[in-house]
Design a protein around this ligand. Structure first.
Ligand code: SF4
Length: 740
């Protein structure tokens, strides 16, 4: 731990998926400066404006440091024991009378950036046993999980573009110049894109907006929102029609090539061009360039997931990668190997399926253990057996981040009980009866359980806490452990150490199976001052590069990472086929019956008329969803929450730059300030997401002074990608008119 009087601490930035190394200056129990860690093995000194505010975010005066308990219509500070007693009194009667499904749980995006989220949410979910589990995944990335589940047998087996070696990168619906990347962990993503050009390669961006990424690209193609599946099928059609399919030596590891040829017949470039607005000859050109490039990678992100055919689009991204011989080879798309993961011995597995249960009201299938958040309000406000009566949120703000947020906002008022694990009294937690605030990020250890498995280069890093724990605070692992013990019926006063020990025991049993050494002997060898550190130590030592508890001297362990505060480089990505595959055949299965059925739906939709005007979202470098708008440095400057409108549409609709517009969809209406710009294509308007900080009863001073408008007032909870349940947040039909 760093000297709390003054000193330097190194840690991984937990604020987005890029996993940059930070160099923090600490003084008097505060972070007084944050800069890029120049010696970091992965980020080499890169930092973005969000990372530079790490100290401000950690010390935000609005951050809750003690629990809040509702008293009448006010939230008042309470002691930890009192707060957990209130949780027990609120939750247990509902569990006992109505069963586990009457308690819903929502996990927000920041959970993938904490060790507590990586280690302690699974036990909470298992113990609770509710079918009503929801998360940000179904407003963000579930289509990618589903497509990878069908293709590779595991929804977490996601190939990433090998940015540092590729010759041609096709980027669809992603704006890494602002987001720094997603489902592809790449510190200094913009620098890696520039490096492609510097070594003679190219990158092409397909997006309905001319984003900053598009401005730096070798080529930008506008595309009508939600139609990337057509573009990609046009590419696939061309690959077959022109004899360009070449699996690059993977023939023995791939099935379904002939079936995909049949599926693609309905999508010749001329036909899809009319829908997606990309010229047919350019579609053919992209196919030829991807096939001819020494190496190439197709990378699709948020704009390809949050659409009606999100899973098909995500599937097609990797179909093109396979058919052009770019799966699992340097410069193509590859499978990272995270240090805490132990590679499987051989190919094959049970494969992937959805629908182990269905939502009560709309009958939507479970995917990856959760239900679509688009139906959360239905489950709360529709009476009947197993109606949701209690709600647990962990680091989530679904009132701002999920579709038809006004309806969800109203539904939360009808709950019998709600508890939130969250550092803020925000638009969602204002409904909670109890708020349990985790400590600030500077006081936690950090290891990226999620993102090291998505990194474009294999590496490992662990950051111990930069500051001493708040003596009056409660560790986030302890908070989740105490909630788990309450759900288990052990009571509000149960010692979280009981669960910590159980989890370590289970980890050691697995380690015994790997090492052959009795768990009791291994327990004596485990290092770490904190329960999460001890679990990490076991995972690292039995992981892909681990020291095997002494069997492989020099291998990874917690101690090795503590000795290397700038991280340990584990080299470029390596081919992992076929061992990484968990499909029943042990091969990449290009064809799956649910995919084929949805292709038929896509074919039928070729004949649809397109809407006059559709809404898309947008991302800004100084924002990450809704959770960084209370930091002055990140919201200062001109209002970014504008409705971007193309000049032709502005003229047609009598909208003026700086004027007000009323935007209406099936779900709702809002007013926004107009920004006339040719950065959006005609027929498209754009609002950023994560704003709308104007609700009463919140305690976020800075955000409240820069409220913006909530784009999810307009998004429609009835519009989902059928295969994944992901919400459609891009391509929302809207009407826009000038306001006086
Ligand atoms: S790019 Fe992401 S990880 Fe890097 S400094 Fe910015 S917020 Fe942090």
């Amino acid at each position: 731990m760093a000297d709390t009087a003054t000193g330097t601490a190194f840690r991984t930035c937990p604020l987005c998926e890029a996993a940059c190394g930070l160099e923090l200056t600490t003084r008097d129990d505060r972070i007084v400066a944050a800069r890029g860690d120049r010696e970091h093995v992965f980020s080499h000194g890169f930092i973005c404006p969000k990372g530079a505010t790490f100290g401000e975010l950690a010390a935000d005066p609005d951050r809750l440091r003690r629990p809040l308990v509702r008293r009448g219509d006010r939230h008042v500070e309470a002691g930890w024991d009192e707060a957990f007693q209130a949780v027990e009194q609120g939750l247990r009667p509902i569990l006992e009378r109505h069963g586990p499904h009457a308690v819903a749980l929502y996990l927000g995006n920041p959970n993938v950036h904490t060790m507590a989220g990586g280690l302690y949410l699974a036990p909470l979910l298992r113990t609770l046993g509710s079918r009503n589990i929801f998360s940000a995944s179904t407003v963000d990335q579930m289509p990618k999980h589903v497509s990878c589940g069908y293709l590779f047998g595991n929804p977490l087996t996601i190939p990433v573009p090998d940015l540092d070696r590729t010759d041609l990168l096709l980027v669809l619906g992603a704006n890494p110049w602002e987001s720094n990347g997603s489902l592809a962990t790449a510190a200094d993503f913009p620098g890696r894109l520039k490096a492609i050009q510097a070594r003679g390669g190219r990158f092409v961006v397909v997006d309905p907006r001319r984003t900053r990424t598009a401005e730096h690209a070798d080529e930008h193609l506008f595309i009508r929102p939600g139609t990337d599946a057509y573009l990609l099928f046009g590419i696939v059609h061309t690959l077959y029609a022109e004899g360009l399919v070449d699996l690059g030596g993977l023939d023995a590891h791939v099935t379904g090539v002939d079936q995909v040829r049949e599926l693609a017949r309905a999508f010749p470039p001329e036909r899809v061009s009319a829908v997606c607005a990309v010229p047919a000859e350019r579609i053919r050109g992209l196919a030829r360039e991807l096939a001819a490039a020494p190496t190439a990678a197709v990378y699709g992100r948020i704009g390809t997931c949050t659409v009606e055919f999100g899973t098909l689009t995500s599937w097609l991204v990797d179909v093109v990668n396979v058919l052009t011989g770019n799966l699992d080879r340097p410069g193509g798309v590859m499978f990272p190997l995270a240090p805490h993961v132990r590679p499987r011995a051989g190919a094959g597995g049970k494969g992937f399926r959805v629908g182990r249960w269905h939502s009560r009201v709309r009958g939507l299938p479970e995917v990856k253990g959760e239900l679509p958040v688009a139906t959360l309000a239905d489950e709360i406000d529709t009476p009947g057996a197993e109606q949701v009566r209690a709600f647990v949120t962990v680091a989530g703000n679904p009132v701002l981040s999920t579709p038809n947020s006004e309806r969800l906002d109203r539904a939360l008022d009808g709950l019998d009980f709600m508890v939130s694990v969250d550092p803020y009294l925000n638009e969602t937690t204002r409904h909670a009866d109890v708020i349990l605030p985790p400590g600030d990020p500077a006081r936690k250890g950090h290891y990226d359980f999620s993102f090291l498995g998505l990194a474009v280069r294999n590496f490992a890093a662990y950051s111990p806490p930069a500051l001493a724990p708040d003596p009056a605070g409660l560790d986030e692992c302890d908070i989740l452990a105490r909630l788990t013990l309450i759900a288990a019926g052990a009571g509000a006063a149960a010692d979280p150490a009981v669960l910590h020990d159980q989890l370590l025991g289970l980890a050691l049993q697995r380690a015994e199976a790997v090492t052959g050494t009795p768990a009791a002997e291994l327990r004596a060898l485990v290092r770490g001052d904190h329960p999460a550190e001890r679990l990490l130590d076991v995972a690292l030592r039995t992981g892909a590069y681990g020291d095997g508890f002494g069997a492989r001297p020099g291998g990874l362990s917690l101690d090795r990472l503590l000795d290397n505060p700038h991280g340990v480089d584990l080299g470029p990505l390596q081919p992992r086929l076929p061992g990484v595959l968990q499909t029943p055949s042990g091969r990449v299965e290009l064809y799956a019956a649910p995919i084929a059925a949805d292709v038929e739906r896509l074919r039928v939709a070729l004949d649809r008329d397109h809407h006059d005007l559709v809404l898309v979202g947008r991302r800004h470098l100084r924002s990450n969803n809704s959770w960084m708008h209370n930091v002055p440095a990140l919201v200062k400057g001109r209002d970014r929450c504008t409705l971007q409108v193309h000049p032709a549409d502005a003229a047609r609709l009598a909208l003026v730059d700086g004027g007000a517009a009323q935007v209406t969809s099936r779900a709702g209406t809002l007013s926004a300030r107009v920004e006339v710009t040719d950065r959006v294509m005609p027929g498209v308007v754009s609002l950023p997401h994560g704003w709308g900080h104007d609700r009463p009863g919140t305690r976020m001073t800075v955000a409240g002074a820069h409220p913006g408008v909530n784009s999810n007032v307009l998004t429609d909870e009835l519009a989902i990608d059928q295969l994944s349940g992901n919400s459609v947040l891009n391509g929302i039909p809207v009407q826009v008119k000038a306001e006086a």
